[in-house]
Design a binder for this molecule. Structure first.
Ligand code: GDP
Ligand code: MG
Length: 619
C-alpha cells in the first residue's frame, strides 16, 4: 500500500477551505483565518487508515497559477470545496475546477476528486440535488460530502473519505456508468476464487470460506455471519449459492455489493492480500521476493513446497489417474496469466501412455524450473498462491538454497537432492535417445516425438541407497568451442559415443582432454547403440584403455532399442557418481557397490506409487 497521502483543497475564495483545515486540526472553528493554511502532516497513528497524511491549502490571493498546477500534479486526491449557500461556487466546480484539474493531470492516472459542500450550518436544505448529476457525469469524482467548519460537522469524515479515495480507489474496481465491476477486477477476483477453491469443485464451502476469511482478515467468520452472507447472496441472485457454498457468481456478486455500498476497502483488502497492486496486477514484490543465491550454490524446493505442489496436482487430477490430461493441465494454469509449459515439457519429464504428464513428471518439472531458473519458480508459485495458502511469508520460503558445493566436496557429503549431469557427444552419437531413455522411452516411442517439441533437458528421479534423488540430464550442443560456464558446471559428466560409428569416440576424448582432464569432475563414458555391431574406434587408444589411463570407470554399453522401457541402471550410476564424487575407481568397479546402490530403486518406486494411491483413496 501507498506510503503517504497528499490531500489538496481547491475552490473559489471564501468557501471555507482554510477554515476546514483549521477546524480539523484544532477541533474548534477559528474566527479569523489566514488566506492560506500552512501545509500540515498528520502522523500515521492518528489517521483512520494509518498512513501519514499531508493536507495542502490553496489561496488564489497568495499563489500563482503555476504554483496551483504544481500542487495539482503532486496531489493524490483533490477536494473541490464549494459553499452550499453560494450558487456561483457550485457552478464553478464544473465550469472551472474539474476542467482545470483534468488539464493538469495524466489521462491514465487521474486523481480522485471529492466534492465538499461547506457551510451546511447556514442552510436548511441540502445541495445534493444539484450535486448528484455532477457526480454521475464525472467518473473521477469518488464521493461528495456536506460539512460545516463552523459546527465541526463531517470534518473528520471528509478527510477520511479523502484518504480512502487514495488508498482504496473505486476507479480500478468498478465502472459507475455500467454499474459493473471492471474486467481486470473480475479477472483478479476470479483468480482469487480459483486459488481459494481448494478442492476445485467450483464452490467455496464453509471450510474454504473460513480459510479465505482468516487469510484476508485474520479472523474466522462466525457461523451466523457465514449464513447471513449466503442469505444475502441467495436473496439477490439464484446461482450464487450451491450445495450450501458460494459459487464464483456469488463471490463476484458479493464484491460488487461491497463496492456499491462504499465498502470497497473490503474488496481491496482481499485483492492486496492476494498480491495485487493498485493497477490490479500482481505486485513484483509478491512474485519476485528477494532471494540471494551465492555462487556454487543451487536451488531446490523444500518439503513444504512439494507438499503444496502435490495438493495443487491433486486438486486438478480430477479423474485420479495420477496424470494431468490437457484439460486438467489447462485448468491448473488458469490462475496464471499465460500457459507456462510448452510441448517440450512433455519430452523433459515422465509421461503416461497417453503422453500426459504424470505426478512424478509434474514434480520433476517443478524441480527443474527451481534448479535452472529460480526466479521463474518463485513467479509460478506466486500465481498458485503458495505463500498465501501455505501461510508462508513469501514464495521464497519454498526454496532451499543449498550450501556451497566446495564445502560439500570438502566435507565429502551433501544434503542436495538435485544433481546435474551434462551429456556430451558428437552429433548423432545418441544423446537425445539417452535423455529420452531416462524418461522410460524406447526407440519406438522416441520416433513419435515431434522435432519441434524436442527438449535438451530430461529430469526424473533415481534411487541411490534408497534415497530418492532428482537427476537432471542436459544435452550439450556438440560445437564445444562455445561452451558456457553453465554447460561446464555440473555434478557428473556423461561422454557418449556411438559404438557402431568408428569416428565417434574421438569427440569424447577431445572434450575430456580440453575441459575435464584436470578437473575433479566425475566422468563416465557411455557406448551407445549397443544393439548394433560394434566397430573399432579410429583413435590412438581404445575407449577402455582411455578410461584406464584417465582413471574413469570402464565404458558402459547402452541401448535404448529395447522392447520394453530401456534399462535405468546407468542413470543410477550417474546419480551415484554425482552424489559421491570422491568415490575411487575400485569402488566404482565393484559390482556389489552398484547392486547396493540400486537395490532400493524398484522397491521404492513401487512403494512411492502405492503410497500416493493410498493417499488419494483416504481423501
Ligand atoms: P477560503 O478562502 O476558502 O480559505 O475560506 P476561509 O476559510 O477563509 O473562510 C471564508 C469565510 O467563511 C470566513 O469568514 C469563515 O469564517 C467563513 N466560514 C468558513 N467555514 C464556514 C462554515 O462552515 N460555516 C460558516 N457559517 N462560515 C464559515
Ligand atoms: Mg483560504
Amino acid at each position: 500500500m501507498r506510503k503517504d497521502v497528499r490531500i489538496l483543497l481547491v475552490g473559489e475564495p471564501k468557501v471555507g477551505k482554510t477554515s476546514l483545515i483549521m477546524s480539523l486540526v484544532t477541533e474548534e472553528f477559528p474566527d479569523v483565518v489566514p488566506y492560506r493554511a500552512e501545509e500540515i502532516t498528520i502522523p500515521a497513528d492518528v489517521t483512520p487508515e494509518r498512513v501519514p497524511t499531508h493536507i495542502v491549502d490553496y489561496s488564489e490571493a497568495e499563489q500563482t497559477d503555476e504554483q496551483l498546477f504544481q500542487e495539482i500534479t503532486k496531489a493524490n486526491v483533490i477536494c473541490i470545496v464549494y459553499s452550499v449557500n453560494n450558487k456561483n461556487s457550485i457552478e464553478k466546480v464544473t465550469s472551472h475546477w474539474i476542467p482545470l484539474i483534468n488539464d493538469n493531470t495524466d489521462k491514465d492516472s487521474r486523481v480522485p476528486l471529492i466534492l465538499v459542500g461547506n457551510k451546511s450550518d447556514l442552510v436548511e436544505h441540502s445541495s445534493m440535488e444539484t450535486i448528484l448529476p455532477i457526480m454521475n457525469k464525472y467518473t473521477e469524482i469518488e464521493t461528495c460530502v456536506e460539512c460545516s467548519a463552523k459546527n465541526l460537522k463531517n470534518i473528520s469524515e471528509l478527510f477520511y473519505y479523502a484518504q480512502k479515495a487514495v488508498l482504496h480507489p473505486t476507479g480500478p474496481l468498478y465502472c459507475p456508468d455500467l454499474k459493473l465491476m471492471k474486467p481486470s477486477c473480475l479477472r483478479a477476483l476470479t483468480r482469487i476464487f480459483k486459488v481459494s477453491d481448494l478442492d476445485n469443485d467450483g464452490i467455496l464451502n464453509d471450510h474454504e470460506l473460513n480459510i479465505f476469511q482468516r487469510t484476508c482478515f485474520n479472523t474466522p467468520l462466525a457461523a451466523q455471519a457465514l449464513e447471513d452472507v449466503k442469505n444475502v447472496v441467495r436473496k439477490n441472485i439464484n446461482d450464487g449459492v450451491c450445495d450450501n457454498g458460494l459459487t464464483l457468481n456469488g463471490f463476484l456478486f458479493l464484491h460488487t455489493l461491497f463496492i456499491q455500498r462504499g465498502r470497497h476497502e473490503t474488496t481491496w483488502t482481499v485483492l492486496r492480500r492476494f498480491g495485487y497492486d493498485d493497477d490490479l496486477e500482481l505486485h513484483q514484490d509478491y512474485l519476485f521476493p528477494p532471494l540471494k543465491i551465492p555462487p556454487d550454490c543451487t536451488t531446490e524446493l523444500n518439503h513444504n513446497a512439494y507438499l503444496f505442489l502435490q495438493s495443487v496436482f491433486d486438486k486438478h487430477d480430477k479423474d485420479r489417474d495420477c496424470a494431468l490430461s490437457p484439460e486438467e493441465l489447462k485448468d491448473l494454469f488458469d490462475v496464471f496469466p499465460y500457459i507456462p509449459w510448452g510441448q517440450d515439457v512433455n519430452n523433459t519429464v515422465c509421461t503416461n501412455d497417453q503422453g500426459w504428464i504424470t505426478y512424478q513428471g509434474y514434480l520433476s518439472q517443478w524441480t527443474l524450473t527451481t534448479y535452472l531458473d529460480v526466479q521463474r519458480c518463485l513467479e509460478y508459485l506466486g500465481y498458485l498462491g503458495y505463500s498465501i495458502l501455505a501461510e508462508q511469508e513469501s514464495q521464497a520460503s519454498g526454496v532451499t538454497v543449498t550450501r556451497d558445493k566446495k564445502i560439500d566436496l570438502q566435507k565429502r557429503q551433501t544434503q542436495r537432492n538435485v544433481f546435474r549431469c551434462n551429456v556430451f557427444g558428437a552429433s548423432g552419437s545418441g544423446k537425445s535417445g539417452f535423455l529420452q531413455a531416462f524418461l522410460g522411452r524406447n526407440m519406438m516411442r522416441q520416433r513419435t516425438i515431434n522435432e519441434e517439441h524436442k527438449s535438451y533437458y530430461a529430469i526424473s528421479t533415481a534411487y541411490v541407497y534408497g534415497q530418492e534423488k532428482y537427476l537432471l540430464l542436459h544435452e550439450v550442443f556438440p560445437d564445444f568451442d562455445f561452451l558456457s560456464d553453465a554447460e561446464l558446471s555440473c555434478d557428473v559428466v556423461c561422454l557418449i559415443y556411438d559404438s557402431s560409428n568408428p569416428v565417434s569416440f574421438e569427440y569424447c576424448a577431445k572434450v575430456f582432454k580440453q575441459y575435464f582432464m584436470d578437473s575433479k569432475m566425475p566422468c563416465m563414458l557411455v557406448a551407445c547403440k549397443a544393439d548394433l555391431p560394434e566397430v573399432k574406434q579410429q583413435y590412438a587408444m581404445t575407449p577402455l584403455e582411455f578410461c584406464r589411463k584417465h582413471k574413469m570407470p570402464p565404458p558402459q554399453s547402452y541401448t535404448c532399442n529395447t522392447a520394453a522401457a530401456p534399462s535405468r541402471d546407468i542413470f543410477i550410476k550417474l546419480c551415484t557418481m554425482a552424489m559421491y564424487p570422491h568415490m575411487s575407481q575400485t569402488d566404482l568397479q565393484s559390482s556389489t557397490f552398484w547392486l547396493k546402490a540400486s537395490v532400493g530403486a524398484t522397491v521404492f518406486m513401487v512403494l512411492g506409487f502405492a503410497m500416493y494411491r493410498a493417499m488419494l483413496r483416504s481423501r
